[in-house]
Every structure is written in C-alpha cells, then in structure tokens.
Design a protein around this ligand. Structure first.
Ligand SMILES: NC(=O)c1ccc[n+]([C@@H]2O[C@H](COP(=O)([O-])OP(=O)(O)OC[C@H]3O[C@@H](n4cnc5c(N)ncnc54)[C@H](OP(=O)(O)O)[C@@H]3O)[C@@H](O)[C@H]2O)c1
Length: 306
C-alpha cells in the first residue's frame, strides 16, 4: 500500500509517499481502508519533532491522525463494527491507504456528509467539544472565541450558539460573513483591532491562537470566569490575581465523543469546518504546506475514491 511517511524530523520535504507493507489487525483492532485523511496543525508539529518527547515513535512512520474510511477486517474480540461499516476517527498514521485502528478511536461516520468532510472533523471536533465542556458554557453566557473561523474555533462557535450562549469572535475580516452565518454578531478583526480594548466581562474565553492571547484575555474575562486554551498557558499567578481559572487543555481521543460529534452533525447542529482543497495522497507535502501557510479552510487528502 501507499503511505506518506517521514524518516527524520524536518520540513515538508521530509515527507515521502512510499510503497510499504500492508498492516494487519490484531484481535482487538479493526483494519480500515482510508478514503480521506484530514490535515491538522498537529501533523506538522509531529513532522517537525515537537511531539517527540510526549509521543516518541521510531522512524520511519506514517503521518496523519484524522480519517474517514471503511472497515475491511474486524478482530475477533471487537464488538460494534462489521466489515463494510463507514467509520471515522483517529489512526496512528492516517496518510495511508490502510490503517489499523483501536475501536476506542473509532465511530460510525456521520451519514449526512462525504468522506472528505468527515475526515476534517475528528481533531477539531473533539477539541471543540471538550473546550466547551471544560468552559461549562450555558445559555445566556457571553463567550469570546479566538480563532473562531478555524477548525476548532468554528465548531466551538456552533456548540456555544447551540447552548444559547452569545459568541464574540476574533478572526480575519475575510471570515466575517462566514462567522455571521454561524450565528456570530460581533467579529473582531485581529489584524486591525485589539480585542482587549473592545471586549469586557465575558464569562469564558476559548483560545485557539496562542502566543499572548490567553494572557491578554485575563483582562476581559469576568472574575470567577474561565479561559480554556488549546495552545498557550497562562501563568498561574497572573490567573490567580485576576480571579480567573486558566486551563490548557489536551484533546482526549475517544469513541464516545466521536459518536456525539456524528450525532450533532447528522442533526444539523454542527457543520464541519470548511474544506478548501482536496488533494491526492501523493500531494501530502503540498497539502501540509498549504494549510501551514495559514488558511482557515481545511485541507484534506483524498486517499481513495468512494
Ligand atoms: N491542545 C490540543 O489538544 C489541541 C487540539 C487541536 C488543536 N490544537 C491547536 O489549536 C490551534 C488551532 O487549531 P485549528 O485546527 O483550529 O487551526 P486552524 O484551522 O489553522 O485555525 C486557526 C485560525 O486562527 C486564526 N488566527 C490566526 N491568528 C489569529 C489571531 N491573532 N487572532 C484570531 N484568530 C487568528 C486563523 O485565521 P487566518 O486565516 O487569519 O490565519 C484561523 O482561522 C493549533 O495550534 C492546534 O495545534 C490543540
């Protein structure tokens, strides 16, 4: 089978699309034929070696984690999945034609969307679900979402709106209309405006941007409010002085949240992130470069046509 692998950490020119031995599943695993693989910022962080300490892997290894595909073999002890099931979830190496997946990382794919769209969902979707859960978002609250037009931000925005909360978004002006369509009335253009001069007394802030965004958000979150960040830490002493709880979250991959996300998508409560380009597996380098160059639309690898 074909797989997009790296033999050393580095830039995208380390990615080689190669013929490798097809994997086979153990009794507690499922073998999936990947149809589409979603690209996430974590994919180039892995490629560049930033995750080497937390999740070391021997070289060479296949990149990518989010996928949509079809079950082609089921281990003897696995329940809940059958050959032919359409699934989505997390693989350790999703930029490949086949992947062995634990059932704890897998769910039936939302029935109302195609493979490319489903492949854009797992990481941003579960991150957004868990951020909103940690923030304890409730009806009537005002929530500031940084990077609201991106993968995580767009889903967090929709989840907050669905609970009846008001969302104030930071984003580029090009994404203003998109965010209006998601139910956001107040969009702050981060390129020309300073959110900390415009926003006050929000119940929570969700930060998907990093750098000093979470620390600057301390000024705009109510006392006893919360900042949940996917990227940057707020120094504990500063958070304590501001009377704000600051949480740096790490997305937990799990089947329950994948099922919940699929239910929300099929119910029309959540739309997946915007998918921009869909490129073939052989263009894995170009696909990572495109997304890394800073566009809000997702890039997906089309691994095998439905
Ligand atoms: N902790 C975890 O477990 C976890 C899980 C998932 C993701 N993450 C991290 O969370 C971050 C976001 O992920 P993502 O998938 O949502 O990325 P994404 O799809 O690339 O979205 C990022 C968004 O942020 C916008 N942006 C950039 N600078 C901004 C600023 N100063 N103010 C407001 N918006 C700004 C971008 O807009 P432009 O179009 O203007 O660039 C883009 O819309 C990444 O760093 C990712 O690694 C962490």
């Amino acid at each position: 089978m074909k797989a997009a692998r790296i033999h050393a950490y580095g830039h995208s020119d380390q990615i080689e699309v190669e013929d490798v031995t097809s994997p086979s599943n153990k009794p507690d695993e499922v073998l999936v034929r990947i149809k589409a693989a979603g690209i996430n910022p974590v994919d180039w962080k892995v490629r560049e070696g930033y995750m080497a300490q937390v999740a070391p892997r021997p070289f060479p290894f296949t990149l990518g984690q989010d996928f949509s595909g079809e079950v082609i073999a089921v281990g003897g002890t696995v329940t809940g999945f059958a050959v032919g099931d359409r699934v989505y979830g997390f693989a350790s190496g999703a930029y490949a034609e086949l992947a062995v997946v634990s059932p704890s990382m897998l769910a039936h794919k939302p029935a109302t969307i195609d493979d490319a769209t489903a492949a854009s969902l797992p990481t941003p979707g579960l991150t957004a679900l868990q951020c909103v859960r940690i923030a304890g978002v409730r009806k009537g609250q005002r929530i500031l979402i940084h990077g609201a037009a991106g993968g995580v931000g767009s889903i967090a925005t929709q989840l907050c709106r669905a609970t009846g909360a008001t969302v104030i978004a930071t984003a580029s002006s090009k994404d203003m209309l998109y965010l209006n369509e998601l139910g956001v009335e107040e969009v702050i253009d981060y390129r020309s405006q300073h959110f900390d001069e415009l926003v006050h007394d929000v119940d929570a802030a969700i930060d998907t941007v990093g750098r000093d965004t979470a620390t600057r958000s301390l000024k705009v979150v109510k006392r006893s409010g919360i900042i949940v960040s996917t990227v940057g830490a707020v120094p504990e002493d500063q958070a304590r002085r501001a009377g704000v709880m600051a949480v740096r979250m790490v997305m937990q991959k799990n089947a329950n949240d994948l099922r919940e996300l699929a239910r929300l998508v099929d119910a029309g409560t959540v739309k997946s992130p915007r998918v921009g380009r869909v490129l073939p597996l052989v263009a894995a380098r170009e696909a990572q470069d495109l997304y890394e160059s800073g566009r809000s639309e997702k890039i997906v690898l089309n691994v095998r046509q439905s």
